[in-house]
Ligand binder design. Sequence first.
Ligand code: PLA
Length: 421
Amino acid sequence: MLSTLRVASRSAAAREANLRMVIGARQASAWSKVPQGPPDAILGITEAFKADSFKEKINLGVGAYRDDKGKPYVLPSVRAAEDKVVASRSDKEYAGITGIPAFTNAAAELAYGSDSAALKEDRLVITQTISGTGALRIGGAFLQRFYPHAKKVYLPNPSWANHGAVFKDSGLEVEKYRYYNKDTIGLDFEGLIEDIKTAPEGSIILLHACAHNPTGVDPTQEQWRKISDVMKEKGHFAFFDMAYQGFASGNADTDAFAPRHFVKEGHNIALCQSFAKNMGLYGERVGAFSLVCESTEEKKFSSVPSTPTPPIHGARVASTIMNDPVLNEQWLGEVKGMADRIIEMRALLRKNLEQLGSKHDWSHITSQIGMFAYTGLKPEQMDVLAQEHSVYATKDGRISVAGITTGNVQRLAESIFKVTG
Ligand code: PLA
């Protein structure tokens, strides 16, 4: 203590440093019981990738689209809309509590379809959110407070790594239902149906609308119909996460089949939308949460507040695109372009692996859909890929196909071949 005092008297700078130490000590005692948050498994990979000095390193961790040069891609329609937004010299006033109506109306139409009964009958509530994660968080909290039949949500096994944490933070309990069959590298449809049937009536079931993350395995339309029937029989509540509309098939309507079918069948669903992937607006945090109500009357009671109040710039960009027929058409073409490049890279990776003489069956790489391929590689093999080949991806064997290019696919295939034999 004496020595600290002496140091403190030496100079103003030293005094300040000393003060910081004292404050630090106080803070440590105030927060010392706070458990350290888990590292973000996906963004942590980006950190490891950045720290690697090997020139030909490959990052297949985060699901962020890259062009064929491996560079982040800003959609030309987004650039054009952004120019329009800037040229309009709009003010920076707060948006309303549920966001920008021109954005949320267009988002609802994109998701549900302009002919949706829920829209025509004016029984949809929608609020702007901090991208898809914010939608899940707000939706989770809303259900936790007001959904009368359950306080537990059933997630597919496996599911997006953050689903569990986001719902737990919303105060919901989390349970799993069977989804993926390791042996077939496909959907465990019987297991899924059985688990949904045995869940207590009125359970909340989380469904990935399309491009299931991490497996890339989606139910077929026939299977979706069956899931809808079983859920109706049991009075379950469908909570859709649609983070990849347009990205799976290249067609925004095709990808929205499941939630639209459920609504047609009379399910009053909840839906989370993200514009991170399909518009490439990752950091702008543009999303929406909506609830289909039984009637306009019920809608009046179901106002879902947003983060007060949501950010305006990204929502203005998305709204400009969706409300301008020419830009909208251009954007849909660009989404298809991204989806097609991913599909092409799947084919190329499989071809390269087969040409190398790999004895494994890699057909799942091309049959899976969306941003990710679930390779079936084991955690130890993923470690070797990172340590010996500078190929970075999540330990569960998921690779972001969006990070593959014509320039790196051969080296990637060789690395996977060496690791899997
Ligand atoms: N839902 C699913 C199924 C997702 O995969 C993601 C993002 C989100 C919601 C949330 O996205 P948003 O908040 O940006 O709209 N998953 C990414 C990103 C792409 C991440 O986890 O950091 C992934 O790599 O899995």
